[in-house]
Design a protein around this ligand. Sequence first.
Ligand code: ADE
Ligand code: ZN
Length: 323
Amino acid sequence: MKTGVKKAELHCHIEGAASPELVKAQAAKYGADVSTFITDDQYVWSDFTEFLAAYDGAAALFRSEDDYASLAQSYLEGIAAENAVYAEIFVSPDHAVAAGLTPEAYFDGLASGIDAARTSTGIECRMTVVGIRHLGVEKVEAAARLAAGRPHPLITGFGMAGEERFGRVADFARAFDIARDAGLGITVHAGELDGADSVRDALDHVRPARIGHGVRAMEDPDLVQRLADEDVVLEVCPGSNLELGIFPDMATHPFDRLHRAGVKVTLNSDDPPHFHSSIGHEYRLAAEAWGYDAVKLTGFTRTAIEAAFVDEPTRAILLGQLD
Ligand code: ADE
Ligand code: ZN
């Protein structure tokens, strides 16, 4: 029987969850070379721009429905073994199309992997379609229109990832309006590479239920208060933040200070093998840094499930698993 704290994660990019071993196997299958971004079974990059290139390189090697089914199943079974009961994955149709797949085949493949993992472990999962900010407003709006057409029942959210320093968030407001009008849950990356202003802009122009990262809101006490007052949930990824150099160490990471200021925070792995992480690792890091016990950690899982983009019956079942 599995023991330990039940976990949930709201912020994991599926292409970023591919282990170097799996990517090397994909490269062998398609006769591709990965030496520019994988060395000695590790991803190699030295800054955010190189990280995005490694991410794109790996994503280019998932080219069929089956490739994506295996990726989703292996990620979900891996975190189920860490006692995760729920995950939301960010899915990027732009990456799938670049690799030669149709969005429909991409969603169907991922859904097959999700179904297989649910059958083998009981883990529940939903998909949030993301537009890629540095591909520009047109592409992000196209991703929003695609998601708004509700192409698969497991697609319940819309968000935006990519280079946060590209353009202004206001330029993308229409994409989020399209997705919100279709009833999708809204999240947006902000306050990771860019400072508190990016979080304020996201609140003003996107009106998200959740923010991906958001940690640099800590630079502005009034903004922290606003996040708390407006009940905006942060998808915090401490391991990712450390590896990307956003904060030097856990002692300076603002997760606990945001929590104590009344902001709703959750723990997430972002792109786990790139950051030598997993959802279990994130919970361990937080427990070690701030002395959280099992009750406290389960509280973050509860926050995540309360903020999950799922139907209410599913939410009730998931919350019931925490008792
Ligand atoms: N895409 C994958 N990981 C990301 C991150 N941490 N920030 C922005 N875009 C991403
Ligand atoms: Zn992310």
